[in-house]
Design a protein around this ligand. Structure first.
Ligand SMILES: Cc1cc2nc3c(=O)[nH]c(=O)nc-3n(C[C@H](O)[C@H](O)[C@H](O)COP(=O)(O)OP(=O)(O)OC[C@H]3O[C@@H](n4cnc5c(N)ncnc54)[C@H](O)[C@@H]3O)c2cc1C
Length: 425
């Protein structure tokens, strides 16, 4: 995944400085076109803009290790438990020990846990979110007489399968010189991100490729659109095509807009609160940013309230207030793709704004699209985009009005002067 400034800042807020062995600095992207040429796009290198390729598994491993290293002596972690319900009995969550539940005939082991505060960070299909809806349906007036919780959900029809090229093969390949760029093949909706160990992780959203049922089909598709990539994948794993067919496709997510992220002393964060399409690679960065905001809120409440007492209902409600507008904006921007439309006008606008920024950085900020790699609030990015649109379409409108008016004016002058000069007999 691509980890950017807002994610890094959140990790720093938790006192973590990610080791360089986890981070591959990214200079930009590189699109491989059908005619064999490449098109480069640079990420901003100004202070405050950071973009890294990082392995999810390595990042999760590092976070887990940091948690367990004893900085938090009261912390306990439990794995292998799945939340199944939040009970009528106040503040009781029931978990299933799913390690046992698959064995036929074996009684499911259910564990009840009492909580003071519950944070649902359980992803786009959040069970905590479903349970909040159940709780509110059963007792509509429970949540401090708020508006009923509402959810808009849009499913992404695209599925995704992963691809991997290990460090040994990658280092001697044609991809290696561009290891610091996200590499894309539009014709196959395929991309690779370089990792710090020299490998490339990536995948494809191309429906024909992802739904191929034979290894022959997989090889044909890749040979047709990216033959050089197929060679590398086969060098990495001679059974690559068979394994690719067997790999279960994963959903590329949903776009979820929730009217609030809390219910009493239960809070939703990350994809559970605001899942988004992976268009701009912002979901995880936004989820990490949620943690920073939540942490700040806890600090604020702890420093202003009675010692040792945290009013969790208020913290949760305040989180919704601080985060809702930004979360809704980034979910929508990933769905509409409006920050960087790849049509003729979109590309023209990008070119113009990039050039103007290079010439006069004091007057023309970095484009709204690039601001995704900073920690600028998403609502401000949206505002910047509206200003850019007004500026660009204003110029187009001006040119569209002025040029024809100018031509008409010139024609008028010519006609009238030729009329005046015409000799009369
Ligand atoms: C193809 C693809 C590429 C992406 N690339 C990027 C990128 O480059 N950069 C980026 O920022 N984002 C990216 N994203 C988005 C990113 O993956 C998500 O936004 C991010 O993982 C959300 O984190 P989360 O912790 O909220 O949820 P998740 O990562 O979904 O984690 C939820 C966790 O909850 C657990 N869980 C689920 N149900 C229960 C239950 N009932 N009880 C207990 N535990 C449960 C799950 O096992 C899981 O461990 C991408 C997404 C996709 C699909």
């Amino acid at each position: 995944m691509v980890l950017a400034s807002r994610g890094i800042k959140a990790l720093e807020g938790a006192g973590l400085a990610l080791p360089l062995t986890l981070l591959n600095p990214l200079a930009g992207s590189c699109r491989h076109l059908a005619n064999g040429t490449m098109r480069f796009n640079d990420y901003p290198s100004e202070p405050g803009f950071q973009t890294f390729g990082t392995s999810r598994n390595a990042l999760v491993g590092y976070l887990q290790e940091s948690l367990l290293l004893g900085r938090y002596p009261k912390l306990k972690t439990h794995f292998g438990y799945e939340l199944v319900s939040l009970g009528e009995k106040k503040n009781i969550a029931t978990f299933r020990a799913f390690a046992n539940s698959n064995i036929q005939g074996m009684k499911e082991e259910l564990v009840e846990v009492k909580y003071d505060f519950l944070v649902g960070a359980d992803g786009a299909n959040s069970a905590v979110r479903s349970q909040i809806f159940h709780l509110e349906e059963r007792n509509p007036h429970s949540s401090n007489k708020q508006e009923p919780l509402k959810m808009d959900i849009q499913h992404n029809v695209q599925n995704f399968k992963s691809l991997y090229i290990g460090p040994l093969v990658a280092r001697k390949s044609f991809l290696h010189p561009y290891h610091d760029r996200v590499q894309g093949w539009s014709s196959l909706n395929l991309l690779f991100v370089g990792m710090a160990d020299g490998s490339f992780w990536g995948g494809s959203f191309h429906q024909d490729l992802v739904s191929a049922t034979t290894s022959l089909e997989v090889e044909q598709k890749l040979r047709q659109h990216a033959p050089e990539v197929l060679e590398l994948l086969l060098e990495e794993n001679p059974n690559f095509a068979e394994d690719f067919v067997k790999q279960p496709p994963i959903s590329s997510g949903s776009a979820i807009i929730l009217s609030r992220f809390h219910h009493d002393n239960i809070l939703l964060i990350g994809d559970a609160a605001h899942a988004m399409f992976p268009t701009y690679g912002t979901g995880c960065n936004a989820a990490l940013e949620d943690c920073l905001i939540f942490n700040k809120l806890l600090d604020d409440f702890l420093s202003s309230g009675p010692v040792g007492k945290v009013p969790f209902d208020e913290v949760a409600a305040e989180f919704t207030r601080r985060r809702r507008a930004d979360a809704h904006v980034i979910v929508n921007l990933n769905t509409t793709k409006e920050l960087f439309p790849r049509n003729f006008l979109g590309l023209m606008q990008m070119q113009l704004l990039t050039t103007l920024h290079k010439w006069a950085p004091r007057f023309f900020k970095l484009r709204s699209f690039n601001q995704l790699w900073s920690d600028m609030p998403f609502t401000e990015i949206k505002l910047l985009k509206s200003m850019e649109d007004r500026f660009f379409y204003g110029i187009l409108f001006g040119l569209g009005f002025l040029v024809p008016s100018g031509i008409l004016f010139m024609l008028g002058v010519r006609n009238s002067s030729s009329l005046n000069l015409k000799p009369t007999f």
